[in-house]
Ligand binder design. Sequence first.
Ligand SMILES: NC(=O)c1ccc[n+]([C@@H]2O[C@H](COP(=O)([O-])OP(=O)(O)OC[C@H]3O[C@@H](n4cnc5c(N)ncnc54)[C@H](O)[C@@H]3O)[C@@H](O)[C@H]2O)c1
Length: 667
Amino acid sequence: MTDLKKVILQGIPSELPEKKKRNPNISHAPKRKNILNKEEKQLAIRNALRYFPEHMHAILAPEFTEELKTYGRIYMYRFMPDYEIKARHLEDFPHKSKQAAAIQMMLSNNLDNTIAQHPAELITYGGNGAVFQNWAQYLLCMQYLAEMNDKQTLVLYSGHPMGLFPSHKDAPRVVVTNGMMIPNYSKPDDWEKFNALGVTQYGQMTAGSFMYIGPQGIVHGTTITVLNAARKIDATAKDLSGKIFATAGLGGMSGAQAKAAVIAKGVCIIAEVNPKATYKRYEQGWVNEVYKDLDKLLDRAITARENKEAVSMAYDGNIVDLWERVVERNIHIEIGSDQTSLHNPLAGGYYPVGMSYEAANKMMVNNPDQFKTEVQKTLVRHTNAINTLSKRGMYFFDYGNAFLLEAKRAGADILNEKGDFKYPSYVQDIMGPMCFDYGFGPFRWICTSNEAKDLAITDRISCEVLEKLIQDSPTEIKLQMSDNINWIKAAGENKMVVGSQARILYADAEGRMKIAEAFNNAIANGELSAPVVLGRDHHDVSGTDSPYRETSNIYDGSQFTTDMAIQNVIGDSFRGATWVSIHNGGGVGWGEVINGGFGMLLDGTKDADRRLKSMLFWDVNNGISRRSWARNKEAKFAIKRAMQMNPELKVTMPNSADEGLIDSLDL
Ligand SMILES: NC(=O)c1ccc[n+]([C@@H]2O[C@H](COP(=O)([O-])OP(=O)(O)OC[C@H]3O[C@@H](n4cnc5c(N)ncnc54)[C@H](O)[C@@H]3O)[C@@H](O)[C@H]2O)c1
């Protein structure tokens, strides 16, 4: 047995390991709010000590007290393993169950130092998207996964491994719940408090569900968005070529905009106020050119549009300066958006115009009231420029970053005469009707051999499957199908793999099932050297109930319910998922969304074939049926097609009321 296997099987060590210093070479989570009173702090320490035998308590209690004081949380740094945490070949993990080994691989990828945002605090992305709350939970979880067999299920309560429970071979090996609160205890400060107590965590979407695959997911999703935005404004457009997409943000997710626009063959101009972020993306090749001089940038963009170049250029400065100059020069911009971090406007998410980045950072700390005023004044100017350009023909959409909401809070002219926002969100106009309602969403797979060779084989197989399917696809979804074929053909070249050998592809139910079936066959006949994990982002057709994002194009009032996401995860769990997860929060914040997902191991067996067909069909059609019941035209089309494909499916269809009749009622 390798040393790695021995250490994992040991779980929480019986002797105290050496105390560890924080590694200064990796990024650490910011200090969290000091929210607990004395009794609650005692409870937090008591809770943390539950993981360890009593003889360790005299040393650990003061150490955990210090962590709580210094960082606002107890991470148990001393118990961080000495080995490198990363995705490895499935066989490198100790296991009795291959399914459990695959889960070890996936969660290790989420905590890889080169991938995770704050690895020592077990945060994968999004500032607070946690895999576990502390290192004891990690050690215990890995040990359970190493020991368990295919007739047991590991139960995880917000990262805490409650234990292994007898189940059966078709049951999930792991059931994950993250941040599940009694609804009245779901305000942001409740997260601070109960997370500090060590009893809950914010799992984001793919962090606490072990499904993060690095930036590839966001690049693909953004490519799909900008491609479809171009088609929305120009029915003859195949892609973004000959069009300018102007936006802001070269940060974590926003940085994908520049790369995606180039993949979509367009011209992208993108403002970023933090030079470090700009030059990081430039060095990485995600943005092609950087300008300090606005006029030079705009001249270059106009020429690039004329020449139909695919190119991205960063403006090293504030987005409001960029928009106002575009207005002054009366330049036509086809598509506009914004991905500054407006979900967090007063603590570094959005920078006021007219001052340097450094000066803004100082004001934020030293004079928060003045900073708020400056942010709100900037938002008013920002909105005015967007309004002018929209009147001149620009198509503007909100990119899920709370731009519309914060502009409204700032008193900007952002509402129409009915009191609604003047502009749609990207899901309302683009992703909802053009993708989710037809069942297209961020399906993904990961090769457990951890070898690029296997990934290349899966790319080829999936492309062959789609090329066959497109021949009989109805016209309504032909474009989506061909986008996916183009993406998968260029996927290797785009070099998007970071960490595990993973691929993302927007596919509908039929595409997902046929691709999965072909992978399973390729594992059975030895073409693929090891099993493959299937999964998806929670940001999908059925996975997420989020009234201002994923379900913002639901107009029957049910966008504030969360039956769909809950039904989804329950349904996946008894149809063969290898693991399931359900989260409070993800993307737009704790208390604002419920989202869930699954992982499924394909091992080339007949059982896997049965499970994939049963589960993937449900996993997509659940959401389509709900979208159809909300009277969404595209979803009604898609669910009728699904019923034809499988006569066992019978979905309640909505009738439409006559609008004249409704208007005539004396209400
Ligand atoms: N990409 C997507 O598909 C997607 C989906 C949903 C939501 N979002 C939202 O997009 C936002 C951005 O996410 P992120 O991970 O990139 O955040 P981030 O904080 O890493 O990046 C935002 C960037 O905007 C820059 N910025 C702030 N104010 C600016 C200004 N006035 N002018 C120019 N640049 C400015 C910041 O310096 C920062 O680099 C978040 O609110 C996120 O929730 C993105």
